[in-house]
Design a protein. Structure first.
Length: 283
């Protein structure tokens, strides 16, 4: 039995691709491109109810392409987790990632809410990871570190880009920041790929000025893989999601065009994840 890595591609992150082309890929083309590039699966984002592909349309297309699927659910006061779980079951998802857009003031209240989501997901037979995301209950790095201490069974979908820009983390090594990040890494069950600076949530990966940011994220991802390998079962599978979002996530020029090719960068992220996962085993 061997621990494995599965790299997924976000379908939302394939919107407005290919780069600088007059016509974007259709949903079917995005699915085909992801499969042809060797991704193990795709993630469906349910942020806006109007944009969610009908299960009857997308489930057969995913099966035909041989792609697995996860679903990202944005839970609000008016959009319950049950709706997202039902959709995830309809499309054959193996994982639900929750972005909780509810905002308890106290960690104890947040812990009770998260435990209710874990219970609801377990009763639906669906593994659940809580995403670290801006403008959700995990918005603040320190609050989230306290939350996982309160709910040690909680598994996180780690998107650390949100903390770098949302908490405007220092560029240089900072003992407080690294300690809090390490706390979250020990609860990381899946990862999401994007590189941020303290002022921009998504920067081009191959620009020289962003090399320090890339190095920081590669270091964090390496540590997350090492932590996961220590905690996970011998036959466990770790999902790394490439999630380079369309505008307004990327930096654009005066013509509104993105400065770099997100699809090329998604494939680069995939190769980095595979490289770092293997290196984590060796270490």
């Amino acid at each position: 039995m061997t621990q494995t890595l599965s790299v997924f591609q976000s379908l939302w992150a394939m919107e407005d691709l290919p780069w600088r082309a007059p016509t974007p890929w259709s949903l079917e083309e995005r699915i085909q491109r992801a499969a042809a590039a060797g991704f193990a699966g795709v993630a469906i984002d349910t942020y806006s109810g109007d944009d969610i592909p009908p299960a009857a349309q997308i489930a057969p297309a995913l099966r035909a392409a041989g792609l697995r699927v996860s679903v990202t659910v944005f839970v609000t006061e008016s959009r319950p987790l049950a709706d997202g779980l039902a959709y995830a079951q309809e499309v054959g998802a193996e994982l639900v990632v929750v972005c909780g857009q509810v905002f308890p003031d106290e960690v104890g209240d947040a812990a009770r809410l998260v435990r209710s989501w874990l219970k609801e997901s377990a009763e639906a037979g669906m593994p659940m990871h809580l995403e670290t995301h801006r403008y959700t209950l995990t918005n603040d790095l320190g609050f989230t570190a306290r939350l996982v201490r309160e709910v040690p069974e909680l598994e996180l979908a780690l998107d650390l880009s949100h903390y770098v820009v949302g908490n405007e983390l220092p560029d240089s090594d900072d003992a407080r920041v690294e300690g809090l990040i390490e706390t979250l890494l020990w609860h990381g069950a899946s990862l999401q790929g994007r590189v941020a600076t303290r002022e921009q949530v998504q920067v081009p990966l191959e620009f020289a000025q962003h090399r320090p940011a890339v190095q920081r994220f590669r270091r964090w991802w390496s540590a997350a893989f090492r932590s996961w390998r220590e905690r996970a079962a011998n036959d466990a599978d770790c999902v790394f999601l490439c999630e380079l979002g369309p505008a307004p996530y990327p930096i654009t020029g005066p013509d509104g065009q993105e400065l770099s090719d997100r699809w090329r960068e998604a494939l680069l992220l995939k190769s980095w994840a595979e490289e770092l996962f293997v290196a984590a085993e060796a270490s």
